[in-house]
Design a protein around this ligand. Structure first.
Ligand code: ZN
Length: 239
């Protein structure tokens, strides 16, 4: 049995244990709508969490850096962690940028490109996206054009969401190797095929967990962070 286990491990490639933290809004929970509150981490708690990463010697990687390491079988530093933001809210800049710079933390931010193109209130403007991009501590990625459940779209819509958002990012920031993040975490084989065909390096899901293998590159697991005491945050990183 053990040789079979070893063979399986060999075929699967090495395992990486790297928490990919998932944030949405940096705002105070309102205590009214739990679905809204679950997407909020207060600016004060975020600052404390980033300070914790710095003080405990965590090394932050962009999602693209982790994906390339896994793809190519390269080692990552001990205590690596990835910080991600979904949806491109403007408080990532107003409340997030200062702690990221203060504690030397990198973050990957996933944009819903039509919101930014059309100037939807509460979302990053194209000028603000440029500020994040130039900071050096943020990489941008695609979270689709309009944030649909991709596994429920027609083939034409799917192509439009995945290729269209990439074309927008190429135009806004210059062509580069982008990563993708599935809206609502919804995906299936058809969605993954399209994401690969468009040339994305890999994609993030909302499946919980911190272990990754090469076969998971288009569906990496993440850990949802909510406002909570710092000792719970520490447990999230180890859990
Ligand atoms: Zn989203």
């Amino acid at each position: 049995v053990s040789w079979l286990g070893a063979l399986r491990r060999g075929l699967d490639g090495p395992r990486y244990r790297v928490p990919i933290l998932m944030y949405h809004r940096l705002a105070e929970p309102m205590g009214v709508d739990r679905r809204y509150d679950n997407l909020c981490v207060s600016p004060r708690a975020f600052d404390e969490q980033m300070r914790f990463l710095r003080r405990r010697g965590y090394k932050t990687l962009f999602a693209s850096e982790l994906i390339l390491a896994i793809r190519d079988g390269h080692a990552v530093p001990e205590r690596s962690v990835v910080v991600t933001f979904d949806d491109g809210y403007d408080n990532v800049l107003s409340a997030g940028m200062a702690p990221l710079e203060r504690y030397d933390v990198k973050a990957s931010v996933y944009l819903i490109t039509e919101h930014h193109r059309l100037g939807k209130p509460g979302f990053l403007s194209p000028a603000q996206i440029h500020v994040l991009d130039r900071s050096g501590c943020v990489e941008l990625g695609s979270h689709s054009r309009t944030h649909p459940k991709l596994d429920q779209t027609s083939d034409q819509q799917l192509e439009d969401e995945i290729f269209g958002s990439k074309a927008y990012l190429d135009e806004l920031l210059g062509a580069r190797a982008w990563t993708f993040c599935f809206p609502y975490g919804n995906y299936d084989r058809r969605v993954v095929r399209m994401v690969r065909r468009a040339g994305y390096l890999g994609a993030l899901s909302t499946r919980p967990g911190a272990e990754h293998r090469p076969r998971d590159l288009y569906g990496l697991r993440r850990i949802r962070v909510v406002t909570e005491p710092i000792d719970s945050f520490a447990r999230l990183l180890h859990g």
